[in-house]
Design a binder for this molecule. Structure first.
Ligand code: SF4
Length: 286
């Protein structure tokens, strides 16, 4: 099986990303986010395992792809799992992509990305850090094993001080859980130095709904009708009603304007709110 694959092979109509490749040295994710989508299609998702001979395979495949392409690391998990500290597979892969002059987008919740600043500084790279709440207790409930919001904000700050283009993913926004934090989230990431914000509302898969319901029963009971009664069904996900999603995304967008920072909504269908050349922030990679 290939280790470099095209991103979004299903070609979702709501995806506005430019063409890119996707790569991850690992299968599964340790962070345990309740709202995770990837756990619905990857078996034994919480058991993180390195792909067999992944670096050898990457070297083989990369020579068949033209240089100067764009790759995101990673899309179905976090490339900075705790075992990455020891195995350093993401670090090795970064060196390889960089030597082939790929444009690289790291997508992570982990401050371990700072270990690889030396490579990132010499590469055509940007880093996208996901942050959903500033409340440490809520983060522990929502993303039990992921690094704290404070560590993620600090990572944005350090990356930006080192002139690495930095994107903040405020994703997902979940009504009654973190929608009241939108103003503060935008302010915090903008002040930390993020260049661009991507945001999206929570789209329900039934396994993530079960986890959310177990941890936040009262809130999910209130949201049930919005998602399963009034909401939309798109590409196998339950979405909030369109007007509700628009209201939430508009709120993020309005806040980004206060800080002169660009914005894009991810897989929502609200192109009029996008204020950057690309939704994922890849225009920042020069
Ligand atoms: S970091 Fe991403 S892939 Fe990992 S559990 Fe959280 S949402 Fe899923």
């Amino acid at each position: 099986m290939s280790v470099i694959t095209p991103f979004d092979p299903w070609k979702s109509k709501l995806c506005t990303c430019p063409f890119k490749y996707s790569f991850s040295p690992y299968v599964g994710c340790y962070h345990g986010c309740l709202y995770c989508y990837a756990s619905s299609y990857i078996p034994r998702f919480s058991e993180v395992r390195a792909k067999k001979d992944v670096i050898k395979q990457l070297n083989k495949e990369i020579s068949k792809i033209k240089q100067n392409k764009y790759v995101t690391i990673a899309n179905s998990n976090d490339p900075y799992q705790p075992i990455e500290e020891k195995l350093k597979l993401t670090r090795e892969a970064l060196k390889i992509f960089s030597s082939h002059e790929f444009k690289i987008m790291i997508v992570t919740k982990s401050s371990l990305v700072l270990r690889d600043l030396d490579i990132l500084k010499k590469s055509r790279a940007a880093v996208s850090i996901t942050i959903t709440t500033l409340d440490e207790n809520k983060a522990k409930r929502l993303e039990p094993n992921a690094p704290s919001p404070e560590k993620r904000l600090k990572a944005i700050k350090i990356l930006s001080e080192n002139n690495i283009p930095t994107i903040a993913r405020i994703d997902p926004i979940i009504p009654l859980i973190n929608d009241e934090e939108i103003d503060n989230l935008v302010k915090s990431v903008a002040e930390a130095g993020a260049n661009h914000i991507v945001s999206s509302t929570y789209k329900v898969k039934l396994d993530s709904w079960k986890r959310m319901k177990k941890e936040f029963p009262a809130e999910m009971e209130k949201l049930k009708y919005l998602y399963f009664g009034k909401g939309e069904r798109i590409n196998g996900y339950y979405y909030l009603p369109k007007e509700y999603r628009y209201k939430l995304m508009k709120k993020v967008w309005e806040n980004t304007k206060k800080f002169n920072i660009t914005f894009a909504a991810c897989r929502e269908g609200f192109l009029n709110l996008n204020s950057a050349k690309t939704c994922d922030g890849s225009h920042l990679i020069l």
